[in-house]
Design a binder for this molecule. Sequence first.
Ligand code: NAD
Length: 503
Amino acid sequence: MTTLLEVVRQKVGLSVVRHFIGGEYVEGLSGRTFPDLNPADNEPITEVYEGLAEDVDRAVRAARRAFDEGPWRRMSARERAAILRRVAELIETQAEEIASIETLDTGIPISQTARGQIARAAENFHFFSEMATRLDGETYPVDGEFLNYTLRRPVGVAGLITPWNTPFMLETWKIAPCLAAGNTCVLKPAEWAPLSASRLGAILQEAGVPDGVFNVVNGFGEAAGASLVAHPGVNLISFTGETATGQEIMRNGAATLKRFSFELGGKSPVIVFADADLDRALDAAIFGVFSLNGERCTAGSRLFVQDEVYDELVARLVECVRRIRVGDPFEESTEVGPLIHPDHYARVTGYLDVAREEGAEIAVGGERPERLSAGNYLEPAVITGVRNEMRIAQEEIFGPVLCVLRFETEEEAVRLANDVRYGLAAYVWTSDLARAHRVAAEIESGMVWINSQNVRDLRTPFGGMKHSGIGREGGHYSFDFYTETRNVCVALGRHRIPRMGTG
Ligand code: NAD
């Protein structure tokens, strides 16, 4: 019997993954390719054309032409929205297949890609197409003499650079508002997970997006990504990825004065006070850090537990984590699949060595499961005896690894939570309403969830502070980034104009 994995492999492995430029799937100009690996066995799934500066230039020119001369930005918002709604519907129709491709490429369990991530990708198009029809402006009347009003105009050509964790969802999170606002774009997907993005060209074209509006160039960050950032024909860069990459991109884009949106790394705290609903806090803490194989930017990777309940909570945590099912990501029952790539596996397991060297204790997990000798499988790990200044508590591990710390008072919890360079998400568990709000106001992070797991409403601002990012995306925040706000001032009467050159 043919397995689902084999079917997916046949589908995507038929030909080398191409770029999508000017409405066509094209080969790379150099002809160079690189292998895309299956995280479950590290065997190549297929080859991918490696985009270089000349491919990026070709794509930017196509996007520029489509922006300057094409119909996209001249269409009414309603027309664009109707096309983008069709994109959402096509994603919904193909959801099972896209989820399989994504699972094959990333190792994220099928139960999480199929149900969560691909549905969310479709929702991104539904949501931003509707938002685009509701964009409004402001007016500033000036004493009957003038009327100022604002217009939202598309910015131009956007470079969208995305990471390998939940690639399809994150790509559509950028593409949908970018196109809804009337821009055109070039997407540079992550080199470790380019497969689902390769479906987008066909989907958008079938939905009616004009040629050149949406382009994809595959390749490595240092070549394809850097060329996109430096290209003078690109006006704005929306980047999601590591903080160090964001810093490099900012330097590289300075000469052409790019507009940036940065969604970067995190080391988000989960603070559990003794008066919390411990059952719910525990479930949310475990799901928050171990779902998506722990490769989640908003993972609550530092768990702070108040003294009185520390022993009980940690004992229950360890027991639960021991029972998490690690295995084939295509098995419906699998909860944690293989990590994306052997290099990333080495990085994550390297942090487990650091934990041991720093004197912390790996209370459970952190080993390769015996029955899974190939691929990047790792048992989810809980590390106790952690001090906040340790590297494992300060640096983003981006894998299924949870550091547990103890605190006594609210002030201490806030101080420890903030004593890190990141500031993306935070989670607070308490039944004391006033304390919940106090802590939410004091924590240095772009988003705080109180007595809640990471549930998102697409209208709300998503993003981080400190080294976790610059700017917010979501709702009208995305349109603040993807549009120029233009002020128009109209004289209503004959105001005084100062005269020069009258002798
Ligand atoms: P990464 O920074 O290595 O790569 C991200 C993308 O940038 C890839 O497409 C890569 O090819 C490209 N890139 C690399 N170097 C580049 C350069 N010099 N110029 C232009 N592009 C370049 O990140 P990753 O390992 O793919 O993803 C994991 C990281 O992403 C983690 O730090 C995670 O926290 C972060 N992340 C953040 C969010 C968020 O919303 N804040 C969401 C998901 C992931």
